[in-house]
Design a protein around this ligand. Structure first.
Ligand SMILES: Nc1nc2c(ncn2[C@@H]2O[C@H](COP(=O)(O)OP(=O)(O)OP(=O)(O)O)[C@@H](O)[C@H]2O)c(=O)[nH]1
Ligand SMILES: [Mg+2]
Length: 217
């Protein structure tokens, strides 16, 4: 029998879930990766992660989603949590104003610890509890626009927009990555095949170093 290859994906993207305790991060994760919801879920302690492989613009993408506690005392070491993350879902609870006010704090943490090009989606979760709403959708939208974030209201309970939120983050990441790959390819072909009339100085090592190396960052 043929052995299954583990690398059955084109890209692996790490995404982190952040936001105050109780906003629904773990349920968003379980809804997205296992289609499960738990009304009496316990606060996360330390770090958990789950994966799901899906199609993004015709490519097979494995999303590795990390989840930690919103509560400071249960949180894992911050720098390790953010290392290598290319996307973030920043969650607040539309029925708890304070969790929305704290989004600013979470953004600061992202800017301090994560890559500056990280793709951020803000999610106003628990949209099923409209009768208890403490943050209007317009307030969420306006804040996201000011901060340059994508924005959706979600409900892990009703499976509303959870799929969309991740698809949108993954698509944006994919577009950035493929643009970078294209730019790197172009840079490489330009340096490998210098145009007619280009002076190639073989004696100068610093010039060689510049011309021969193609940065992927
Ligand atoms: N009505 C409703 N309740 C939700 C929704 N998402 C999560 N909850 C509930 O909110 C509570 C907290 O959810 P969690 O997913 O554990 O929250 P968390 O953000 O992971 O919390 P920490 O791990 O402490 O940071 C649980 O009782 C969930 O059942 C939702 O979309 N709608
Ligand atoms: Mg949790």
């Amino acid at each position: 029998m043929a052995k299954r290859v583990d690398h059955e994906y084109d890209y692996l993207f790490k995404i982190v879930l952040i936001g105050d305790s109780g906003v629904g991060k773990s349920n968003i994760l379980s809804r997205f990766t296992r289609n499960e919801f738990c009304l009496e879920s316990k606060s996360t302690i330390g770090v958990e992660f789950a994966t799901r492989t899906l199609q993004v613009e015709g490519k097979t993408v494995k999303a590795q989603i990390w989840d930690t506690a919103g509560q400071e005392r249960y949180r894992a070491i911050t720098s390790a949590y953010y290392r290598g993350a290319v996307g973030a879902l920043l969650v607040y609870d539309i029925t708890k104003r304070q969790t929305f006010e704290n989004v600013q704090r979470w953004l600061r943490e992202l800017r301090d610890h994560a890559d500056s090009n990280i793709v951020i989606m803000m999610a106003g979760n628990k949209s099923d509890l409209n009768h208890l709403r403490a943050v209007s959708e317009q307030d969420g939208q306006a804040f996201a626009e000011r901060e340059g974030l994508s924005f959706l209201e979600t409900s892990a309970l009703e499976a509303h927009n959870v799929e969309n939120a991740f698809q949108s983050v993954l698509t944006e990441i994919y577009q950035i990555v493929s643009k970078k790959a294209l730019a790197a390819q172009e840079a490489a072909s330009n340096t490998t095949f210098p145009g007619k009339g280009t002076t190639i100085n073989v004696g100068d090592s610093s010039a060689n170093a510049k011309g021969g190396c193609c940065s992927t960052t």
